[in-house]
Design a binder for this molecule. Structure first.
Ligand code: S3P
Length: 486
């Protein structure tokens, strides 16, 4: 059977309308109605909240599954042939949008008791989506799926919320063009809504990523899965390595080598078979970051967090907080399903300002907002270097943090790609600003709620609804530890 016959067969017998009630129902909505206007900087129903200083934080908290691994589990499971069973999947909005995207491309996705079960199409056999795919707030979902379909000879329309519609997509579209993908249309500056059409046969490429980005690396490798021959991505700075590790688990032929100048070269062989597998998602260190910083800055606190992912490409914040004098005990280190995990015991501490070197940025790129809150309570100055990428996250995080900190009486200085925060140990005089603008950014909202737990006066945020994209349990979990958030 030729590839196109096998594709036609697959399309004819596709079971994608069965067995995926929840995801399929969502797909049947008129997707075009979900487009939001790019000028919007709030969710449809913004909900303000305020955090206040109270007693210490105590107890154990169950941190939800890792967002990066959850996206990939659904995406790779949806592509591989046969069944993938996922435990511990993060059920945040971003990841659920990836589940819908996998279903829109022909996979069957449903939840059975505590497990998510995915039946994939088989590599090379994705189906053309019938409607635009809405990735909501999720850069990771959108960019990884762009790579995935970029090498398919069909058209896909990508849409997202107001935050995602402002984020740069040329970093994904540029390498895809080298493989033969056509950018059919985009908003100004290669922003969403974007329509891509892949080539009949994609060209495998060797591509050096221009910015340290696991999303770009992953997108090119995923496109390479449907190109004849070998696709190589070169990264000078090591970024999170979930794609390469997990693809190997699905049976992809993938190799990681060091180049002469010390860069990493990741090579994937295209058009091989991928097979479904079982995945256990560990707890997300990027979500754990919020209760960790809260426990460090609220006097008398002691909390315990279990099964936290300790992959070295993800724990730059823990290294930094320990350097600042944070009492973080890393207990019961173990390996689970190929990943290092551990339990953390965090006790309140007298923190000192440090300079965070640029080389560490990739391993804590999502954690700078909450690090700047820790810095606001540390003695002296904390300087964060080479963090220009923060300007193109869910919001411009450098200016969002600088504005919110300054409004709450913290001394802060901001450069193009750096931030400097001068702390006030004990938080005397801090807080009491108006509601901080969160710009549809979950991590800005959570960071300032953490600040309010230790500052002299309360701290308010204008909208908590984006928190549901990555950490829907956040408010309840923090209240369970004793936090006053109302
Ligand atoms: C992610 C990569 C990071 C990170 C994002 C998740 C991923 O983005 O900010 O939250 O899962 O690959 P970049 O790779 O663009 O820095």
């Amino acid at each position: 059977m030729t590839r196109s016959e096998s594709y036609a067969n697959h399309r004819a017998r596709s079971g994608r309308l069965e067995n995926i009630e929840s995801i399929q129902t969502a797909r049947n909505h008129k997707t075009m109605n979900w487009i939001t206007t790019p000028e919007m900087s709030h969710s449809a129903n913004p909900k303000s909240m305020k955090a206040s200083r109270g007693g210490s934080l105590q107890g154990m908290a169950a941190i939800p599954g890792d967002k990066s691994i959850s996206h990939r589990a659904l995406l790779f499971g949806g592509l591989a042939s046969g069944e993938t069973r996922i435990t511990g999947l993060l059920e945040g909005e971003d990841v659920l949008n990836s589940a819908k995207a996998a279903a829109a491309l022909g996979a069957s996705v449903h939840k059975q008791d505590e497990e998510w079960v995915v039946w994939g199409t088989g590599n090379g056999l994705l189906l053309e989506p019938e409607a635009p795919i809405d990735f909501g707030n999720s850069g990771t979902g959108c960019r990884l799926f762009m790579g995935l379909v970029g090498a398919y000879d069909f058209e896909t329309t990508f849409i997202g919320d107001a935050s995602l519609s402002k984020r740069p997509m040329a970093r994904i579209v540029d390498p895809l063009k080298l493989m033969g993908t056509q950018l059919v249309s985009s908003a100004k500056g290669c922003r969403l809504p974007i329509v891509l059409h892949g080539p009949e046969i994609a060209a495998p490429i060797t591509y050096e990523v221009p910015v340290p980005s696991a999303q770009v690396k992953s997108a090119v490798l995923l496109a390479g899965l449907n190109a004849p021959g070998k696709t190589t991505v070169i990264e000078k700075v090591k970024t999170r390595d979930h794609t390469e590790k997990m693809l190997a688990g699905f049976g992809a032929e993938i190799e990681v080598a060091e180049t002469e100048d010390g860069a990493r070269a990741i090579t994937v062989a295209g058009q091989g078979e991928l097979k479904g597998c079982n995945i256990q998602v560990p707890a997300d260190p990027s979500s754990a970051a919020f209760p960790i910083v809260a426990a460090l800055i609220v006097p008398g606190s002691e909390i315990r967090l279990e099964n936290i992912l300790m992959n070295p490409t993800r724990i730059g914040l823990i290294t930094t907080l320990i350097e600042m004098g944070g009492d973080i005990e890393i207990a019961n280190r173990r390996n689970s399903a190929g990943e290092d995990i551990a339990d953390l015991v965090v006790r309140s501490s007298d923190l000192k300002g440090v300079t965070v070197p640029g080389e560490r940025a990739a391993s804590m790129i999502d954690e700078y907002p909450v690090l700047s809150i820790a810095a606001a309570f540390a003695e002296g100055i904390t300087r964060m270097e080479d963090v220009g990428e923060l300007r193109v996250k869910e919001s411009d995080r450098l200016s969002a943090m600088a504005a919110g900190l300054a409004a709450n009486v913290v001394k802060v200085a901001e450069g193009d790609d750096w931030l400097e925060v001068t702390g006030v140990p004990g938080g005397k005089g801090l807080g009491g600003g108006g509601a901080v603008a969160t710009h549809l950014d979950h991590r800005i909202a959570m960071s300032f709620l953490v600040m309010g737990l230790a500052s002299e006066k309360p701290v308010a945020v204008d909208d908590i609804s984006p928190i549901a994209t990555s950490f829907p349990e956040f408010i309840d979990l923090m209240r369970g530890l004793g936090a006053d958030i109302a």
